[in-house]
Ligand binder design. Structure first.
Ligand SMILES: [Zn+2]
Ligand SMILES: [Zn+2]
Length: 214
C-alpha cells in the first residue's frame, strides 16, 4: 500500500514549536496523512513518549544539531548527542538502529549541511515545506542527492505550528509498520511531494512561538 507520511515534525517539546501531541494528530488526520515522524531538536524522549501513548502511526525520531548542520535520525532507539561531527553523528544514528536523513541540506537560515552531505546518508530530504527559498531548495537538494549517490528522497513539513503539518509529505510503498516503512525508504521505494508553507502561516507561527518563549 501507499502511505502518506510527514517525516519531519516538531512538537512543543522543541522550544521553538507549539504543537501539542493532540494537535499533531488532529492536523495529520485533517491532511489525510497515514503517519508522521516526530523529530524534536536534540531530544528523543518526547517522540518515544508520544509514539507510545498515541494510537496514530508515529515514527520516533530526533533532529540532531551536529557541528556542521542539522541531521534527522529516524527510528532511533537511543539518544544521539548534539555537537559531534557529521560522520560520527551518522554512525551514532546507525548504532541506534536508525536511518540518517540529510534534512533541508541547502536551505538558508536553517543550519544546513551543504557540502557535508555524503553517500553515508540513507536519505536526503528533498522537499522541506519550511525551507527558503523553496523552489531553489527542492531543485538543489535533488541534485545533491544524485551527485552523492543517495537514492532515497524524502519530504517533511518541518512544522512548528499545527496548521503547517502535512504541507510536505513522502509517499512510501510499504505496510503501516515502522520497520517496513524504514526498509522501503532505504530501498528508495518513496517519493517526496509538497509545497512551501504559505507566508501568512509562517508569520502566525513566528508570533505564536515568540509568545511561547516569553
Ligand atoms: Zn533543521
Ligand atoms: Zn526541523
Amino acid at each position: 500500500m501507499q502511505l502518506k507520511l510527514d517525516l519531519h515534525v516538531h512538537t512543543y517539546y522543541s522550544s521553538d514549536s507549539i504543537i501539542t501531541p493532540e494537535e499533531l494528530v488532529f492536523y495529520a488526520k485533517k491532511r489525510g496523512l497515514d503517519g508522521v515522524a516526530i523529530t524534536d531538536h536534540d531530544r528523543l524522549d518526547s517522540a518515544l513518549k508520544i509514539a507510545e501513548e498515541s494510537k496514530f502511526f508515529i515514527i520516533p525520531g530526533i533532529e540532531i544539531t551536529s557541528l556542521d548542520g542539522h541531521i534527522v535520525g529516524l527510528n532511533v532507539d537511543k539518544h544521539v548527542p548534539s555537537g559531534l561531527g557529521v560522520d560520527e553523528t551518522v554512525d551514532r544514528i546507525h548504532e541506534a538502529g536508525g536511518m540518517a536523513v540529510a534534512c533541508h541540506p541547502v536551505a538558508f537560515f536553517k543550519g544546513s549541511l551543504e557540502k557535508h552531505v555524503t553517500s553515508k546518508f540513507d536519505a536526503v530530504e528533498v522537499v522541506n515545506a519550511s525551507a527558503f527559498p523553496f523552489n531553489y531548495c527542492v531543485r538543489h537538494s535533488r541534485q545533491l542527492a544524485s551527485s552523492v549517490g543517495v537514492e532515497a528522497c524524502v519530504a517533511g513539513s518541518d512544522a512548528h505550528y499545527g496548521p503547517e503539518v502535512g504541507y510536505a509529505y513522502t509517499l512510501v510503498d510499504a505496510e503501516l509498520e515502522i520497520n517496513k516503512v524504514i526498509e522501503a525508504i532505504g530501498k528508495g521505494a518513496c517519493q517526496p511531494f509538497g509545497n512551501a508553507i504559505p507566508l501568512t502561516l509562517r508569520l502566525k507561527r513566528v508570533v505564536l512561538t515568540r509568545l511561547k518563549k516569553k
